[in-house]
Write a protein that binds this ligand. Structure first.
Ligand code: KG4
Ligand code: ZN
Length: 355
């Protein structure tokens, strides 16, 4: 082991029992260049530069453009996060970075930057799993004693997991095809709404009714898996048929009925997970967690079952670096070792992977 890494191990070990140290967290897995500063688990600042306006004209994220914009923006976002937190770079005690899952080129920008920064400052580097960041976002507001059931609903992942600790996560069910965020985005596109579709569907649904029967993929099976490709195809065909016949498309009713169905199946499987495991704690994680209907349905279901529900503020449901910092704090507390400087970005990373 190198002398340098030995020194980092010691520095990391020294943080385990402290609460006052500063973490600089970086997140560049998709189209948000985000940097946050934390003191222990307390979020001091969370700066985000969203590239949505750049990508929406293409109807989705263009990986190469995302990477280039991360490179152009990261320095100033770091400065912005530091000045909002009122601290200087030399006060940073640890650097946390999302190393996967996500767009490889986009991740590489954050990982390379984080490695150089950690090395230059002589502080430990922690490589954080993006989805674990989403799961731990809820820990920013309160102490959650584990185990808990996590409902993970993002643009790239949909799963239900039993979370025992940062390194001990068991997948109880997951999507067999599309992620739920992906389904929101694709249905939005069919309805002529801009990327990202989730918030637009949410808004349009408020003007519609639940009067179109949507298909449910799994009915009454014992497992907790999901499938969203069927409903996405159904909406595509439904709209196509109406357009071909020259009939008007009830966009708001489609948005409403679609949202009812997908939130219904997410909550149904969460209820099953609570019943199967007897764990009466639910953590909502990921961008679709900002959906009002999903939040209210989960609230009702959990109060009915006497389960505690932890939902991050909406701004911490979608991608941000504060969640990466909070996850890093918990990883350090749990004794996770710093990464060495050979760590690479990983496009496909399982939720239950060690880091
Ligand atoms: O977690 P996230 O920010 O990025 C990934 O890790 O993928 O999730 C992004 C997804 C997008 O598909 C977006 O449409 C969806 O979250 N989303 C929503 C809402 N806000 C964002 N979906 C439904 N309702 C919302 N309010
Ligand atoms: Zn995410």
């Amino acid at each position: 082991m190198s002398k340098y890494y030995n020194a980092m191990l010691e520095a990391g070990k020294a943080l385990e029992s402290r609460e006052d140290y500063y973490i600089l967290a970086i997140e560049t897995s998709c189209d948000e260049t985000a940097v946050a500063i934390l003191q222990g688990k307390q979020i001091l600042s969370s700066a985000i530069m969203s590239q949505i306006d750049i990508h929406k004209r293409f109807g989705g994220v263009v990986p190469e453009i995302a990477s280039r914009n991360h490179t152009a923006a990261i320095d100033s976002i770091v400065e912005c996060a530091l000045s909002e937190a009122g601290i200087s770079l030399s006060q940073i005690d640890a650097v946390a970075v999302t190393y996967g899952a996500g767009l490889l080129g986009a991740l590489i920008v954050g990982v390379s930057y984080a490695k150089s920064l950690a090395y230059a400052l002589g502080v430990p580097l922690y490589a954080i799993n993006h989805i674990k960041g989403h799961i731990f976002a809820g820990f920013a507001y309160q102490n959650i004693t584990l185990p808990a059931i996590a409902l993970i609903v993002s643009g790239g992942h949909t799963a239900i997991a039993k979370v025992d600790s940062y390194t001990d996560i068991e997948i109880l069910g997951s999507t067999r095809d599309d992620a739920v965020g992906e389904a929101f985005d694709k249905v939005a596109r069919v309805l002529g709404l801009e990327y990202p579709g989730g918030p637009k569907i949410c808004a349009l649904a408020k003007e519609g009714k639940n009067n179109i029967k949507m298909p449910r993929s799994f009915k009454g099976e014992g497992h907790l898996d999901f499938s969203f490709s069927g409903i996405k195809t159904f909406v595509g065909n439904y709209v196509h048929n109406l357009v071909q016949k020259g009939l008007s498309v009830p966009r708001a009713d489609i948005a409403h009925s679609f949202q009812e169905e997908v939130t219904g199946v997410l909550v149904q499987n969460t209820i099953k997970a609570i019943q199967n495991t007897g764990i009466k704690k639910v953590i909502l994680a990921g961008g679709v967690g900002a959906n009002d209907l999903l939040r209210s349905k989960l609230e009702n279901a959990c109060s009915h079952l006497g389960a505690e529900l932890y939902m991050p503020e909406k701004k911490h449901c979608t991608d941000n670096a504060a969640m990466i910092g909070v996850a890093c704090y918990h990883a350090i507390k749990q004794g996770l070792l710093p990464s060495d400087l050979t760590i690479d970005a990983v496009a496909e990373l399982k939720i239950d992977e060690h880091n």
